[in-house]
Every structure is written in C-alpha cells, then in structure tokens.
Design a protein around this ligand. Sequence first.
Ligand code: AMP
Length: 273
Amino acid sequence: MKIVRSPHELKTILKEHQGEIGFVPTMGALHRGHLSLIERARKENALCVVSIFVNPTQFLEGEDLDKYPKKFEADEKICSIAGVDILFYPQAEDMYEEDEIKICSPNVRGYVLEGHVRPGHFDGVLTVVMKLFNIVTPTRAYFGKKDAQQFLLIMQMVKNFFMDVEVIALETMRESDGLAMSSRNVYLNDAERLEALKIGKSLKCATNLVIQKVFEAERIDKEMREVLSPLEVEYISIVSRSFVPQEKVEIGNSIILVAARLGATRLIDNIWI
Ligand code: AMP
C-alpha cells in the first residue's frame, strides 16, 4: 500500500493508471462500517483508494474538530490488511488556501435536518468531496447510508455538475447490540452507550410498525419518541428518497431518520424503508 500526502503527487500517480478506480473517502478512526465500503471498492475496481482527512470546513464553530478521534497508525494497518492500494492522507494546508471558491449546498435539502442543526455543514462536505473527486478521479465512490442526507446531496452534486463518477450507498454496519458504528461512539461513557441503544430500537420499532402496515408518519413519530424517552431527541423525520417530508411511509421510497444527543455527543441513525 502506498501512502500519499500530496494531492499533486496523487494526481500524477493516478494519471498513469488505466483501470477503474474505487474510492472511499473517510475521516479516519476506521471501523467495520468503513471496511464494508473498502471491501466493496476493492471487489468492483482495479484500484482502491481510501482517503483519511478530517475536513475542517464541515465542522461548525464549537464542534468536535479538535477532539475528533485520530488514529492514523491503526488506520494505516487496517487499510493495508484490507488490501487498499493507495491511502491518501493530506493535511488541511494541502487541501485549502485562503479565500476559496466553495460549493454551496442547496437551499432546502442542505438546510433541513442535519443542515438545520449544523448550518453550512454540507457546504464543507460538498466542497471537500468535489476536491477529492477531482484529485482521485474515481470511477465509483462508496458512501454509507448512515449519512443519508450527505449521500443524497453528493448524488445531487454529481448530477448537477455533470460529474463522471458513480456514487454508491452501502448499508449501515451495526454493533451486535444494534448501535450503528460511528467514529464518534468512542465519546460515549458506559451509561450513554447503553442509552444510545434506544436509537436503534426506535428505528426497529418504526420498521415493525411498517411491517404491520402502519404508515402514518405522526403515529410512527409518536411511538419512536416513546422508545427514545428520556433521550434528548433533536429530530425524527420521515422523508422520501429525495428528501421531501412524507405524511405516510412509502415502501421503497422512505427514509426514517433520527438524531439524538447523549451528553455532549450527537448521534444520527436512519432506516431506508
Ligand atoms: P466518516 O469517516 O464518518 O466521514 O465516514 C466515512 C464514510 O463511511 C461515509 O460515507 C459514512 O457514511 C460511512 N460510514 C460511517 N459509518 C458507517 C456505518 N456504520 N456503516 C456503513 N458506512 C458507514
């Protein structure tokens, strides 16, 4: 596995490459969720590129940029064992200069749910993904359904800018007790970790309701809140696959999302119905 820090060096290396390129952008502190994306990228492409970059522009003032878990040595080993060909590990100054042109997320879809709680977050996400796509020129790029809004906005950016990359969303990987894997889970103390299970349970409850043909968003919302209580729920939302709020769940076209706070930690999770 080759570790490359400079965007220009990576561009030069990849220009020489003929076959298909699979790309997995990450912020590091890798877990099995990331690994599932890497495995798929390896399987479907001649070359697998993973980036590790804690992108400062997607963090708001006062968020966890400084304490975001950094585990480069462990990540490097994981990538090497997983068969990654190139690990791209740039620093902020390699990626940004002062007073830059930025990508703006769309007015509605970029500013509801996560974008409402974290205004401007998706501008940073889309800007860095645009940069990374231009550096790596992937044939296919792999993302997690766990960050559903992020994935849908990246899909929209690729469409709106006529970009030449196939974006693929993969299922959320969970711990055996149902907690969605996340690099931020390390922030949880034992009591919070236990409470956090209510998030997955609330989504299970929503799924069971849908199986019983209960489709009304209001009823699902109410029952999910009962499961989540007394957690501090930031939002529960039922939206279409293009992020339009729905009064009724539509099988094959709904995503049920939840965001909750456990102490200082925000966790998000969702289920694609
Ligand atoms: P992050 O390092 O948190 O920026 O995540 C990098 C990629 O991994 C994103 O596309 C995430 O959606 C994806 N990801 C994060 N957690 C999971 C998970 N539990 N299962 C599958 N993919 C995930």
